[in-house]
Design a protein around this ligand. Structure first.
Ligand code: 9MR
Length: 339
């Protein structure tokens, strides 16, 4: 039995090429990942093959959101998320949970309600207890609270904030920790990678939570970037460092780089995109507390960004036909150089 297990492990591992993102990243103790869309994962063999070959951590793009797993007040549905977890297990990959509390992607039964504060606290607690317990032991981390802060650095106007008040944030972390004490618990947000108003507000929030003993392990930098105004690598490095001083990890959680806002030919824009990917990976590699580098998809065939027919958006590292783009090659090179 032992011999058989060893044989299976060896076979799975030996299918991973030595020049692949996951092989190189693993040697450096960093996870490299992608968000996964449930549909192509089910019926596109090419999608499955590239995903399993290149990445060692996955994030369900939508399959764990409130609306998907808790579509009716008294009904939960984990079918899509479970399929992603089973794929990850087969291919020896980790999974990040995304996300427990957000202002978006909530079901109508919640949005269109007039629940009191007490009722909403019960609903949120029950949701977190049920979802976190279902996945207990299967996830490396959870994005517990997503995008709670506005671009100006104020608390956002989510249903949770309006009815419960800011306390919903710490309660969410405490409830998640109760049900899965092993999972790393993250606050995840957009446009807070460099230095500025937004990242200061995130820093102040997580500092306060840490000081008060709330179980928070890290901050997710979404990294939805464009060619016009990417953050300065040295600012991202400083931001990661100040979070390290609070004892926090950083995961790059949703990276993609839009090219339609840039100038120059398509070839030039793809080269500029490659260099942004490479710079951000290098910053993460050089920071001891940056443990994961996850993209929001991997192929331009499946991206949340609008596709215009005359100049299609191409924010990821493989093209529509799963061919590696300059950005893929730049990431490989960055991993090789820093090995
Ligand atoms: O890519 C996701 C898209 O398919 C969904 O329609 C949308 C709403 O649920 O969410 C997108 O993912 C977002 C992520 O969950 C949080 N950060 C921003 C991402 C892009 O909008």
């Amino acid at each position: 039995m032992l011999t058989l297990t060893l044989l299976i492990v060896t076979t799975t591992e030996s299918r991973i090429p030595r020049i692949s993102l996951r092989f190189l990243a693993q040697q450096q103790g960093i996870w490299i990942g992608a968000a996964v869309s449930a549909q192509p994962l089910k019926n596109d063999a090419h999608y499955q093959e590239v995903l399993a070959r290149e990445f060692n951590i996955l994030t369900p793009e939508n399959a764990m959101k409130f609306k998907t797993v808790h579509p009716e007040r008294l009904r939960y549905d984990f079918t899509k998320a479970d399929a992603i977890i089973s794929f990850a297990k087969t291919h020896n990959m980790q999974v990040r949970g995304h996300t427990l509390v957000w202002y978006k992607s909530n079901p109508d039964w919640l949005n269109k309600s007039n629940f009191t504060r007490e009722q909403l606290l019960d609903i949120l607690q029950e949701h977190i207890y049920t979802v976190v317990s279902h996945f207990r032991g299967k996830l490396v981390s959870w994005d517990v609270v997503n995008e709670a802060i506005t671009p100006e650095g104020k608390m956002g106007g989510s249903l949770w904030q309006k009815v419960i008040g800011s306390e919903y944030i710490e309660l969410a972390f405490r409830w998640a920790h109760e049900k899965d004490p092993q999972a790393g618990l993250f606050y995840n947000d957009v446009s807070g990678e460099g230095l500025g108003q937004k990242s200061d507000a995130i820093y102040n929030l997580v500092k306060d939570l840490r000081q008060r003993g709330v179980p928070l392990d890290g901050v997710g930098f979404q990294m939805h970037l464009n060619l016009k105004s990417p953050p300065k690598p040295q600012d991202v490095a400083k931001n990661i460092e100040r979070l390290a001083e609070l004892g926090l990890e950083v995961h790059i959680t949703e990276m993609d780089v839009e090219i339609n806002t840039g100038i120059g030919t398509r070839k030039e824009r793809l080269a500029a995109q490659a260099s942004i990917y490479s710079q951000m990976l290098q910053v993460c590699q050089e920071a001891p507390n940056c443990k994961a580098f996850v993209l929001w998809g991997f192929t331009d065939r499946h991206t949340w960004l609008r596709q215009s027919p005359d100049d299609p958006e191409a924010p990821l590292i493989f093209d529509q036909f799963y061919r590696p783009k300059p950005a893929y090659k730049a990431l490989i090179k960055t991993l090789q150089q820093n090995n």
